[in-house]
Write a new protein. Sequence first.
Length: 315
Amino acid sequence: MSTTTQQLPESVAAVLGPRYRAVAVPVDGGDLHVGVWEPEDVGATGAATPTAVLIHGITASHVSWAALARALPGVRLVAPDLRGRGRSRDLPAPYGMPRHADDVAAALDHLGVREAVAVGHSMGAFVALVLADLHPRLVRSLHLVDGGMPLLPPPGVAPQDVAAAVLGPAADRLRRTFPSRTAYREFWSDHPALGPYQDEVVTAYVDYDLVGEEPELSPATRPAALEEDIRELVDGASVQTALQGLPSWPATWYVAPRGLMDEVPPLYPDAARERWTRALPTLRLVTVDDVNHYTVVLGAHGVRQLLPYLEADLR
């Protein structure tokens, strides 16, 4: 097993904590960067250890799960940087939900994990769905956090324009450069969905999301990866197929009351919740209180509301 030695910013290492290690997993085209938090109980090792695989969002990284890792000290957590993001940014195209699902499956196999609770946030929830469909032996249950259900067109928006209309503002930063880490922190401090909630976890998430050297720092996510993946969030064939099999899985869908810019309506307004819970009657809907699309996983208040459901599945 290859453990990577890439140096992390001090702010990131402090938040990830002593349970954390980074592993390089061979996949098609190179190495997938995977963060692993081992249980605090050193005796609780091996394939039988309760394990969750954590799959991040479309322009995020595995560091987005740091708050959840703190809240689950007795569980092994496996959290990859998806292809085209974070320290996996140099893995080549194609991207897409099946490709990401295969990469996640490779990480679990590499680590000797026989079965895991699959937790996905935003686009990661779509990846989790497809993982369950393509690699059912690896998935015990699904936890889909403000994602997973295809996005419905807002009034006046054509289906082919939905993903760009909803997620476009969140992706604008990918084509920008920043002269310093301080400048990137300031960019996020002005962001309505994260600025008011900035703490050490958010700071670590922001600091990890930079590549290059000053004064030409850039966000890690490849614009080409976003462009290839984004349409699948509306009507991707692999997602549609996975949804047909969803009644076979214990699945919980968490929805946030505010969106990517801390706005109302959220990513999944009432019409979308009614549409998908009616179409998928076995899907358990959990409305998370007083969070937005980011803070549902980055903030302690959001994490506390996910915990009872996750802990029940990880026993």
